[in-house]
Design a protein around this ligand. Sequence first.
Ligand SMILES: Nc1ncnc2c1ncn2[C@@H]1O[C@H](COP(=O)(O)OP(=O)(O)O)[C@@H](O)[C@H]1O
Ligand SMILES: [Mg+2]
Length: 173
Amino acid sequence: MEMLCLRNITYEDKNRCIIENVNMTFREGIIYSILGPNGAGKSTLAHIIMGVKKPTEGRVILDGEDITNLGVSERAKHGISLLWQGPARYEGITVEEYLTLGGALKVERRELKEVLRLVGLPYELYAGRFVDKSLSGGERKRVELASIMLLKPKYAILDEPDSGAGYNIGGAH
Ligand SMILES: Nc1ncnc2c1ncn2[C@@H]1O[C@H](COP(=O)(O)OP(=O)(O)O)[C@@H](O)[C@H]1O
Ligand SMILES: [Mg+2]
């Protein structure tokens, strides 16, 4: 089934054309990789899908609905989630608190341990660590990936998920 459609997407910044007339269709159950050199516009495209940036022209269609004018939180409610190329760090919040949204997200300890194991951060070593600058960039990215795995969004956009993380998985590069 067709889930996400980019129709004639153009993005200009200060009259500079960054993305020109892009058309893409993403189907259910398929992992897509978007490859391109630095500055090609991959992150910009991710931001347009998430609603961080509004395209100068074109439409974003999700499950048949035109979501071009929806903001980030409305798109999140539609099940879109973005792993930022450079995820933020937070003072005074532990990895476990961050991943369970301070307890708001009901996650079994067993599942939390399994997800942390999958991203290479053993629970015993990392659950109590702070999500601040004491984590390396790659570790912070792994925490973000664990977060997306726990949130189970319908659509996950991963912006350079393997940069600095030392693993090799699919996604935008
Ligand atoms: N806020 C901005 N102001 C001006 N130019 C920008 C801005 N954000 C991105 N760009 C430019 O847009 C182009 C695409 O950037 P980006 O989408 O981050 O590329 P990629 O993720 O493929 O490396 C680059 O040339 C970048 O310098
Ligand atoms: Mg980028």
